[in-house]
Design a protein around this ligand. Structure first.
Ligand code: 3PG
Length: 208
């Protein structure tokens, strides 16, 4: 439900968007992010091991694992079965909204226009992913939706960086941002968990 999702997302300003290639990286990566102050973890279903990564990260103390890049109802079901506590989708198709409602699991559906946000809102979804945030118009665009869509909040994702995260987070309709920068592919490949934890710590300190 919305309240549970908001409570999770409000625990830190940044939700790491993770593309994990190797299952053995799951626990140390997730632990570094949680220890750095980012408890909500979005594991994208973009690699063959992604569902196993969700399963592994579900046991990390203090963490809340979710699954991202959910494209269809089957993936939503698989992710929840693997232990995902929330789902993230790049879009907001009727099928994906139906699946989330049936499963009773919080979903951040991706939207980039007022009409898309309204369609999701009509189905009861009021916490949305603004995607792809940068190319779709950035903070000025999202700010323009705040007044007419007064009861909808967003997690902008796509092109968010340490340089511009604050510009989103200071908006009244932004609850958190999503970004991959806290888990750089080279740091993960090298097992440089200290660097990941340091990046998480810096991200956790960003204020709007
Ligand atoms: C993605 O789709 O990979 C996410 O939106 C993250 O985008 P980013 O790599 O620009 O942070």
């Amino acid at each position: 439900d919305t309240a549970a999702l908001l409570a999770t997302l409000r625990r830190a300003p940044v939700v790491p968007v993770l593309i994990v290639e190797k299952l053995e990286h799951a626990v140390p990566l997730g632990t570094a992010l949680v220890n750095g102050g980012l408890p909500a973890l979005e594991v994208t279903l973009r690699t063959p091991v992604a569902l196993d990564v969700v399963r592994a990260m579900a046991d990390i103390p203090g963490g809340v694992v979710g699954a991202g890049t959910i494209l269809d109802p089957a993936q939503a079901r698989e992710a929840v079965a693997a232990g995902a506590k929330f789902l993230v989708s790049p879009g907001a198709t009727p099928a994906i909204l139906d699946a989330a409602l049936e499963l009773g699991v919080p979903l951040l559906p991706g939207v980039a226009t007022a009409s898309e946000a309204m369609a999701a809102r009509e189905r009861g979804f009021k916490v949305l992913k603004f995607f792809p945030a940068g190319p779709a118009g950035g903070p000025t665009y999202l700010k323009a939706l705040a007044s007419p869509l007064g009861d909808v909040v967003f997690c902008p994702t796509g092109g968010v960086s340490p340089e511009n995260a604050r510009d989103y987070l200071k908006l009244p309709n932004v609850v958190c941002v999503g970004g991959s920068w806290v888990a750089p592919a080279d740091a993960v490949a090298a097992g440089d968990w200290a660097r990941v934890e340091a990046l998480a710590r810096e991200a956790a300190a960003i204020r709007g």
